[in-house]
Design a protein around this ligand. Structure first.
Ligand code: UDP
Length: 406
């Protein structure tokens, strides 16, 4: 398990010292995170490193997952999609069931945090507990809800307003709310199996295992099989590129326990790609971090053609590995991909295909974007920046109105 000091080579001594100094004011405090899944998706990815590193700083970080069944997660996926602006049928009965499962978790779970961090809409209603236990409650929204369906947002806001603060990934996602709003963008762990350096021989073995030809260009998108990640759009991009350049496409992803739509999308993708042996649709089991790492490192170009995207950790992961990235100009992606500097941003299938061709034909240019990308991630989107933001938020919540003497 990594310790904070292990990050010094990436961010320097003073950054690590500052974190210790800040954490010293919160030593022994309990920081409890609650989300909807232990496996799959960006939130679980972040909580996996966050808990041990906060513990290393002397803060009693904990992570609990709400219980829900298929019916509940179908409803919360609809809510998720509607926050992204997609049309869904959400009935009065759906809302009643959503609240019922929330109340069940209220009874079943242990609430121990001095600071309660509730992630995304699935466990949102747990804030009902605040009236009884007090403490500081923060809602952490990972979703780009700028186009949220208004009546749904108004309903959710009825709960959000009971929190002490709401965190969004970028200023563009902020809302009209009567509580404090804080901008904290996600981050990646450079020492995790997902992101650490790998031996060339290991990468080759992974390519062999998946029967991917290392001698021809590889275009990759790593994502859950989700409509919002537009895997069918990715196949269209690949087909346009393939007319000119003999490349391969890797679409790799797994499921998340709180996402019941994955199977249907995977079947559509398989159907669409059946006749082309150069399209590799890989359904990865949980804990495939080293495989994903190897696939990203082996890629000539990494795509993230999301229709909507809260942040897109996969983008940060690829940039960290100095890969040239072509991604949609949506949600939190432009925080990471600065067009023509750390990667390329696109709005259309044709535009994406054009950029992929450009990168495959100009390795020097691709390399330059990749190396700028890594530096951009190092400066802005590594765990240490994220930890600092959380520490400052907790300090400011605890000492509301007071000066903070460090
Ligand atoms: N991921 C994974 N296995 C998969 C697909 C994705 O481990 O099969 C990881 C991916 O590497 C990234 C995270 O899950 O770390 C996805 O986060 P992102 O913000 O890109 O999207 P989300 O799934 O949260 O919408």
């Amino acid at each position: 398990m990594a310790r904070l000091i292990d990050y010094e080579p990436f961010v320097g001594k003073s950054t690590i010292e500052e974190l210790s100094l800040l954490a010293g004011h919160l030593r022994g405090k309990v920081m409890q995170h609650i989300n909807a899944t232990a496996v799959g998706g960006g939130v679980a990815e972040i909580l996996n490193w966050l808990v041990p590193l906060f513990r290393d700083l002397g803060i009693d970080a904990r992570w609990d997952v709400i219980k829900g069944n298929e019916k509940f997660f179908v409803i919360t996926k609809k809510i998720h999609n509607m926050l992204h602006g997609r049309k869904e049928e959400l009935t009065k009965e759906d809302i009643e069931y959503y609240e019922e499962v929330g109340d069940f978790n209220l009874r079943e779970m242990n609430f121990a945090g001095d600071f309660m961090f509730i992630h995304d809409p699935q466990p949102l209603t747990l804030v009902k507990k605040k009236a009884e236990m007090g403490r500081k409650w923060v809602w952490r929204c990972h979703i780009d809800s700028t186009l949220a369906e208004p009546s749904l947002w108004n309903y959710l806001a009825g709960y959000v307003k009971d929190y002490d603060a709401a965190i969004f990934s970028t200023t563009a996602f902020s809302k009209d709310l009567p509580i404090r709003q804080v901008i904290i963008s996600p981050s990646i762990d450079p020492l995790s199996d997902k992101n650490k350096e790998l031996e060339e021989a290991f990468i080759d073995r992974i390519l062999e295992r998946f029967q991917i030809d290392k001698n021809r260009p590889i275009v990759t998108q790593i994502s859950r099989f989700d409509y919002q990640k537009d895997p069918l759009g990715v196949i269209k991009v690949y087909r346009l590129v393939k007319k000119r350049i003999d490349c391969q496409l890797v679409l790799a992803g797994g499921g998340a326990t709180d996402d019941p739509e994955g199977q249907k999308i995977l079947e559509m993708v398989r159907e669409e790609s059946r006749d082309d042996p150069d399209i590799h649709v890989l359904l990865l089991p949980p804990a495939s971090d080293k495989e994903i790492n190897a696939l990203q490192r082996a890629s000539s170009v990494v795509l993230q053609k999301s229709l909507r995207e809260g942040f897109g950790l996969t983008v940060a992961e690829a940039l960290w590995k100095e890969r040239p990235v072509v991604a949609s100009a949506t949600g939190g992606i432009p925080l990471q991909v600065v067009h023509n500097y750390t990667g390329l941003l696109s709005h259309t299938i044709e535009g994406t295909a054009g950029f992929v061709k450009q990168l495959l034909q100009n390795p020097e240019y691709a390399k330059r974007l990749g190396s700028n990308g890594r530096e951009h991630i190092r400066q802005n989107f590594l765990v240490t920046r994220h930890i600092r933001d959380y520490l400052l938020l907790m300090l400011s919540l605890e000492r509301e109105g007071d000066f903070i003497y460090l």
